[in-house]
Design a protein around this ligand. Structure first.
Ligand code: 13P
Ligand code: SF4
Length: 310
């Protein structure tokens, strides 16, 4: 089947079943094209809570679909590739995290949404890269915090807030940790007018050279508002499709990883979602996210606490 006929069949099935497709900016351009809503982790969480449809198909990784199920337990949440994980979520296993938390009984736990429901159940308030600063600032300054699982986002927030009472879990995203400072500086020398836009999951020495640091949605907004015509983009390369669609007159240069042959500025998990497996998933209404109600309830509070912060 061609991409066009796959897209047409997906559109027919969506209409027939009243299904809505949510996709993250890191999925492939053709997957983004069949989405009813495209967003960053925070926008997708809010949308999953508010959506009015019997079926949500999540074109993204499994923690995102789990978050949707936690917020919309009465809806059927479909996930085309359940094995599409996340290196950050995998760097923080619930049992080990519980033992870590036990060492800091007076601390409040702030966790990135890139975690399993088991870790969310141990969390006071979730955050994403869009709202991590607001979430941390919503906690009284004298209240110690455990921040998990991303050490890079955590140390960036520590630097912005000057908080010394934050303990960081030692996890990271393998995509965002692979960017090469040397190659970014070389690109900057070749394109001196270009602005360097960086996701806060990157290492501190990459964040140092950024003109703008923010989530995928924040980066997109900055590129639209900036007078610059060229941007060196230091985040997962899937975002380039939306950048080029929104701002066709501007130039977007993907920052290369340390090893240019590895393709590791692409998230292999996000790229597991294809038009073929979306269609199959819609046809069969499976795989579906299923969750124990006790686990769901335990995780729900931390996500609701996050989406309530304006
Ligand atoms: P945001 O969607 O918050 O930009 O995070 C990027 C990411 O790595 C999602 O997995
Ligand atoms: Fe996880 Fe990194 Fe992929 Fe985002 S880009 S889903 S943090 S592995």
């Amino acid at each position: 089947m061609t991409n066009q006929s796959l897209m047409q069949r997906i559109a027919e099935l969506k209409a027939q079943k009243g299904a809505v497709i949510l996709a993250h900016y890191y999925t492939t351009p053709e997957v983004q094209a069949v989405a009813d809503f495209l967003g960053d982790s925070l926008a997708l969480s809010v949308k999953a809570r508010d959506i009015d449809a019997p079926i949500i198909l999540f074109a993204g990784v499994n923690f995102m679909a789990e978050t949707a199920k936690v917020l919309s337990p009465d809806k059927k949440v479909l996930l085309p590739v359940p094995e599409a994980g996340c290196s950050l979520a995998e760097s923080c296993e619930a049992e080990a995290f519980a033992a870590f938390k036990a060492k800091y009984p007076d601390h409040k736990v702030v966790s990135y949404v890139n975690t399993s429901v088991g870790v969310k159940a141990l969390t006071d308030v979730c955050c994403t890269s869009s709202n991590a600063l607001q979430v941390v600032n919503s906690i009284p300054e004298d209240q110690p915090i455990i921040f998990a699982p991303d050490r890079n986002l955590g140390s960036y927030i520590q630097k912005l807030t000057g908080r010394t009472n934050m303990v960081l879990w030692d996890g990271a995203c393998t995509v965002h940790e692979e960017f090469s400072l040397e190659k970014i500086l070389q690109l900057k020398a070749e394109h001196p007018e270009a602005k360097v836009v960086v996701h806060p999951e990157c290492r501190a020495y990459i964040i140092e050279v950024a003109d703008y640091v923010g989530s995928t949605a924040g980066i997109l907004e900055y590129c639209g508002k900036s007078d610059a015509e060229e941007f060196i983009v230091v985040t997962e390369a899937g975002i380039l499709a939306e950048m080029r669609k929104r701002y066709p007159a501007k130039q977007f240069i993907p920052a290369p990883p340390i090893d240019s042959t590895c393709g590791c500025n692409e998230c292999r998990y996000m790229k597991m979602v294809t038009l073929e497996n979306i269609l199959e998933c819609l046809e069969n209404e499976s795989p579906e996210v299923v969750m124990d109600e006790q686990v769901r309830l335990a995780a729900e509070r931390s996500i609701l606490n996050m989406v309530a912060i304006k």
